[in-house]
Design a protein around this ligand. Structure first.
Ligand SMILES: CC(=O)SCCNC(=O)CCNC(=O)[C@H](O)C(C)(C)COP(=O)(O)OP(=O)(O)OC[C@H]1O[C@@H](n2cnc3c(N)ncnc32)[C@H](O)[C@@H]1OP(=O)(O)O
Ligand SMILES: O=CC(=O)O
Ligand SMILES: [Mg+2]
Length: 515
């Protein structure tokens, strides 16, 4: 396909990723499916707020259908670690003792050309089992025996990839990430009897899952991959998707590998959908816990729905990350992760996510205690759960307060995260919390919502921003500060938190600033 063009490979080694055949395959995905993707993104705008389950899909929700059983190579997913696709991190994650590692081109990723392309080099070496890394401190990294199973999360449907174009237009980031992974690793995985496992983020409608299903069917034919190889877990992390869980599993058909409760984007989505409604103003981010009514309702419905159809129900990410330098912070994180994972295991989840190798054991133990030797608890039915639309929409009874401290923390985290992201880092530990695109979206959209409803005025937020910028500058020193592109960061922050119109995703305007 001659009108597909890729920017120059970021390094000589990366050229093996961007071969003519590989980029032609991505171009073909864009050509065949790009218009449908664009229509589905446009349809998001016109749908309005969800208010109930869909009438015309009642039969699917009530139907007696099952997804294919788990593949034998990955039936036990009790703890999955996640992280960006950097070489060292990939090795550490695969060696962490977790059952799976989700290599992330979405929330934990900053989509620089280098990250996007080198990530695939690292994934090939991971699949081959040959991945190694030598740090500047002289430490050598290589894989242990029986490393974790690899899963890959391509970008959501909304994100473009401007370095790879078809007819001069950016291809979908999702086509690039999935396409290159399937192209380079599909046969390699099949030869090893391993599945091509995916996580699919940020969908808002079951037709978006149906599009993925068609992409998989086409890919299978085009690349000569065996049936049953591609299996995808969908993140339920938008409010509209919570009303279509069964439909989404169904739309993925034979490719379905369950659902995951993507809690951080889900909170962001709740704010986004109801941002103009004074009855839906959420308290400080730290108060929106998994046990508040609307979060509990959605996770319980997720377990019930998945298990009714023989699919995995996967838990989400606890925010606290452990520290090797601060024993007290470390213990706080271990305790918080333990409580979170014990709650999920008891609720019927089959596994969960962790952000750091030092909490893998805690998560494993919480699930070991419930699962024992069983690989999962898909057979556990939650007949006791009956979730109504009102419960899914019940933001109003979330206990907590809107405080100056909460505002300050949102400002500081939002600013720091955007700065990291512009510098090529998509995940960071800030104040012992894992911050990524999803948590940063909560911070900036909360500020937008609070300003909208008169909890703080814009001038006050600007004053707090200036103070927090000064504080960060004093903490990191002038050299690091300048490298963090403070003026552009401030501009993006103000655009996504303080403009009249609410930008749908902070990563879209911020992407304009990435070369
Ligand atoms: C909302 C969502 O979508 S959640 C999923 C997306 N988010 C993520 O995946 C975030 C995953 N977590 C991370 O990226 C990291 O843990 C961070 C950025 C939060 C913190 O990382 P660091 O600052 O490097 O943590 P720290 O210094 O404690 O790391 C200690 C060691 O653990 C390793 N490590 C930390 N987190 C991870 C991880 N997720 N995977 C693999 N290794 C990890 C580090 O590489 C380091 O290794 P080394 O001793 O060989 O140098
Ligand atoms: O992707 C996960 C989330 O919590 O968001
Ligand atoms: Mg997410």
């Amino acid at each position: 396909m001659s009108n597909v063009k890729a920017a120059a490979p970021p390094t000589d080694a990366a050229a093996q990723i961007l071969t003519d055949d590989a980029i032609a395959f991505v171009g073909e995905l864009q050509e065949r499916f790009g218009a449908r993707r664009a229509e589905l993104l446009a349809a998001r705008k016109g749908r309005g707020k969800p208010s109930g389950f869909l009438e015309d899909t009642q039969e699917i929700r009530d139907g007696d259908w099952q997804v294919p059983p788990p593949r034998p190579d990955y039936a036990d997913r009790r703890a999955e670690i996640t992280g960006p696709t950097d070489r060292k991190l990939v090795i550490n994650a695969l060696n962490s003792g977790a059952k799976g590692f989700m290599a992330d081109f979405e929330d934990a990723n900053s989509p620089t050309w280098q990250n996007q392309v080198e990530g695939h080099l690292n994934l090939i070496d991971a699949v081959e089992g040959t991945i190694t890394y030598d740090s500047s401190e002289g430490k050598h990294y290589e894989l242990v025996d029986n490393p974790a199973t690899l899963l890959v999360r391509p970008r959501g449907w909304h994100l473009p990839e401007k370095h790879l174009t078809l007819g001069g237009e950016p291809v979908a980031g999702a086509f690039m990430d999935f396409g290159l992974y399937a192209f380079h690793c599909g046969k390699r995985l099949a030869e090893r009897d391993r599945g091509l496992y995916l996580y699919l983020p940020k969908m808002e409608h079951y037709e978006e899952a149906a599009l993925w299903n068609d992409v998989f069917l086409f890919t299978r034919e085009a690349l000569g991959l065996p049936p049953g190889l591609i299996r995808a877990t969908v993140l339920i992390e938008t409010l509209p998707a919570a009303f279509q869980m069964a439909e989404i599993i169904h739309a993925l058909g034979e490719h379905s590998y369950g659902l995951n409760a993507g809690r951080w984007d889900y909170i962001f989505s709740m704010i986004k959908v109801f941002r103009d409604d004074p009855d839906f103003v959420l308290p400080d981010r730290n108060d929106v816990k998994m046990t508040v009514p609307f979060m509990r309702a959605y996770t319980e419905l997720l377990v019930k729905t998945c298990h009714a159809h023989g699919a995995f129900a996967m838990g989400g990410m606890a925010a606290l990350i452990p520290s090797r330098k601060d024993e007290e912070a470390n213990q706080r994180a271990l305790d918080a992760v333990k409580a979170d994972k014990e709650r999920e295991a008891k609720a019927g989840f089959d596994g969960t996510w962790v952000a750091h190798p030092d909490v893998v054991d805690v998560a494993l133990k919480a699930f070991d205690d419930v699962l024992g030797n069983r690989p999962n608890q898909i057979d556990k039915q939650r007949y006791d759960v009956d979730v109504s639309p009102e419960q899914l929409l019940d933001a109003g009874s979330t206990p907590g307060e809107i405080t100056e401290e909460g505002l300050r923390s949102d400002v500081s985290v939002g600013f720091q995260y955007i700065s990291f992201w512009l510098g090529g880092r998509g995940a960071a530990g800030i104040n012992n919390l894992m911050e990524d695109a999803a948590t940063a979206e909560i911070s900036r959209s909360q500020i937008w919502q609070w300003v909208k409803h008169g909890k703080f005025d814009r001038d006050h937020v600007r004053k707090v921003l200036d103070e927090e910028m000064e504080r960060i500058r004093a903490d990191v020193g002038d050299e690091v500060w300048q490298k963090g592109r403070p003026e552009e960061t401030k501009k993006i922050f103000e655009q996504v938190a303080l403009s009249d119109e609410f930008p749908d995703f902070l990563t879209l305007p911020a992407y304009e600033y990435i070369d």
